[in-house]
Design a protein around this ligand. Structure first.
Ligand SMILES: [Zn+2]
Length: 381
């Protein structure tokens, strides 16, 4: 059989033009995992290495072979929020801040734009299994942009219900995140609730990861708090048997409003990524790490052997619930302007198709990279 194929291939080459024989097409991905460090810009990733290891370039992702710089701006401003930033990566279409996977015709909170088809929807359409894991509320802008379409990121009741009313396939298969109290309130306002939704779709909405039985192939967990590492490894266990492959999106918050918390999240995320890397086959699985937008943290002092966050404890002690958010954090070696910032973020990748993550590009390019890794065509193309 194989011999026959090889003979046929060499015959067709011989009939064609041997001198112009095409190189073998690049290997395709079966699976894609997107790791999204929310607000994890270049300077925060760099500082995370210094916090975690006392040295630069110690993070696993900093050893991946392909690196590009991804422009995150929305269509009309210089600085992105998570809604536009993640929508652009997931749909290949830049939009406006506050808008979840709709075209820029959307007016936030007022008028819908066209729904822009997400990578997760393409994956569902192609018969793959899909999963979304986040350290944040499962309806927050970043995870929402994978499975929902809304003119306002604040509409959590509407967004959550869309997970159970998919436009393609049977919708997102694994959904692990937090936000149980606030989502529950918004669902109540909309005249429904977790129990009604679970009953209507014959799909329990568990309050803790541990409550979801291993036999459940499409588990939904909306918790008060979640162990992002455990949730991600669990999602991988559920998805990895998928005959046609899977898409897994993992978000871990990396805002550095509290610099130690935010940077430690990046260190922990990176350790998780290293762990995931040992559980997948990089011959058929594309891994991408990026951020939805950057954040105003800078390392502007310090020396080897000195704690990066010297002065953190004293700063932390001054933080009372009434402290002004807009106050700049001034530690000895680190300054944080507690705001999203407009410069490009790093996109790092390994696995089939990752070689196209090079140079400066708009974040919409990452959508194309992931689509092309599977060999899929966009609708209308
Ligand atoms: Zn964000």
């Amino acid at each position: 059989m194989l011999k026959g194929l090889l003979a046929a291939a060499s015959l067709s080459l011989a009939i064609g033009s041997p001198a112009l024989a095409q190189p073998a097409p690049p290997p395709k991905a079966k699976n894609v995992i997107l790791f999204l460090a929310d607000a994890g810009g270049v300077s925060s990733v760099s500082a995370a290495s210094l916090l975690g290891y006392g040295e630069p370039l110690k993070l696993r992702v900093q050893h991946w072979p392909n690196l590009g710089l991804s422009d995150t701006t929305p269509v009309d401003q210089f600085v992105s929020d998570s809604a536009n930033g993640m929508s652009a990566i997931m749909t290949g279409v830049k939009t406006r801040n506050g808008v979840i996977s709709q075209s820029p015709a959307a007016v936030r909170g007022k008028t819908d734009g066209e729904p822009t088809k997400t990578l997760l929807e393409y994956a569902e359409e192609h018969g793959l299994r899909t999963g979304v894991v986040t350290s944040q509320p499962i309806t927050d802008a970043t995870p929402a942009a994978t499975y929902a379409h809304s003119n306002d990121r604040g509409k959590w009741g509407e967004i959550f219900q869309q997970a159970f009313a998919p436009r393609y396939g049977d919708g997102v298969d694994v959904l692990f995140g937090t936000g149980r109290a606030k989502i529950g309130q918004q669902l109540a306002t909309a005249g429904t609730g977790f129990d009604q939704i679970a009953k209507a779709h014959d799909r329990p909405v568990y309050a803790r990861l541990e409550d979801a039985p291993p036999a459940n192939a499409r588990p939904v967990v909306v918790a008060d708090q979640i162990d992002t590492r455990a949730a991600t490894l669990r999602a991988l266990d559920v998805l990895k048997g998928s005959p046609k492959g899977y898409l897994l999106v993992v978000e871990w918050d990396a805002h550095t409003d509290d610099p130690r918390e935010g940077l430690q999240h990046i260190v922990d995320f990176d350790k998780l990524i290293a762990e995931v890397e040992t559980r997948v086959d990089l011959k058929d699985t594309l891994l991408v790490f990026t951020a939805d937008h950057s954040f105003g943290l800078q390392v502007d002092g310090g020396r080897r052997g000195e704690p990066l966050l010297e002065g953190y404890e004293a700063w932390k002690a001054t933080q009372t619930p009434g402290a002004k958010e807009e106050d700049v954090i001034r530690l000895k070696n680190v300054m944080v302007n507690r705001s999203h910032t407009g410069e490009e973020v790093a996109a790092l990748a390994v696995g089939p198709g990752s070689e196209r993550v090079r140079g400066y590009f708009p974040n919409t390019h990452l959508f194309d990279v992931m689509m092309d890794a599977w060999g899929w065509k966009k609708d209308g193309k």
